[in-house]
Ligand binder design. Structure first.
Ligand code: HEC
Length: 192
């Protein structure tokens, strides 16, 4: 009687061990695969083409401290950006961040939404909350924050009117102008 109870117990604990092994093995395998993909991600820092006309070196310094990792081509890819799953989050943030605003490609498409920067700081949406625990240097004193906001307004302009927006429409105008100016040039050629 007592013998059969112990065999049932043993059988049960063998099952538990087997399930734990399978689960553990699966987790390890999944991690190894994800980690392989994470290592293969391109952590690029393309060349710095042009920077905005910073109103002061301090504005640039403050921006690079808190925003440059995701909004420039000078990302500091720290060791944990090589470890899954953080690697995927960091890769996505840098890719999307550069698309919205990239101060290393000013006037060639990087300016996009930079002029919303002061607003995002005031609202507290940038830098993203999860960035701060790992980057205490991105935490500003109220004075630094005010300085950065003023500097960004002076450098990027404010949502539409400032110098920040001139890049894109300006280029379109240039294209239009050059097309239009072909006509008088053609007429001038025929007249001569
Ligand atoms: C950890 C990466 C990261 C950091 C650091 C960061 N950003 Fe961003 N930023 C993003 C991403 C990702 C987006 C696009 C998605 C979104 O709008 O949330 C973005 C979008 C923006 C936009 C466009 C707003 C919009 O609504 O699309 C502005 C402007 C901006 N960030 C400014 C800043 C400024 C200024 C700082 C520094 C104070 C900063 N960001 C720091 C990742 C970052």
């Amino acid at each position: 009687m007592s013998n059969s109870v112990t065999t049932v117990r043993e059988a049960k604990s063998r099952w538990v061990r087997r399930i734990a092994l399978i689960l553990g093995g699966t987790l390890v395998t999944v991690f190894v695969i994800l980690q392989g993909v994470a290592l293969a991600l391109p952590r690029s820092n393309p060349p710095v083409v042009t920077e905005p006309p910073w109103d002061s070196p301090q504005t640039r310094e403050l921006f690079m401290r808190a925003c440059g990792d995701c909004h420039s081509n000078q990302t500091n890819w720290r060791w944990y950006t090589y470890v899954a799953p953080v690697a995927f989050l960091a890769y996505r943030d840098v890719t999307e961040g550069r698309q919205k605003c990239n101060v290393s490609e000013w006037g060639v498409g990087g300016e996009q939404k930079c002029d919303e920067s002061a607003e995002t700081i005031q609202k507290g949406t940038m830098p993203p909350w999860f960035y701060l625990p790992l980057h205490p240097e991105a935490r500003f004193s109220p004075q630094e924050q005010q300085q950065l906001i003023q500097g960004l307004l002076a450098t990027f302009g404010e949502g539409g009117e400032g110098p920040g927006r001139e890049g894109t429409p300006g280029r379109q105008n240039e294209e239009n102008e050059s097309e239009e100016s072909l006509i008088p040039r053609a007429i001038a050629l025929r007249l001569s």
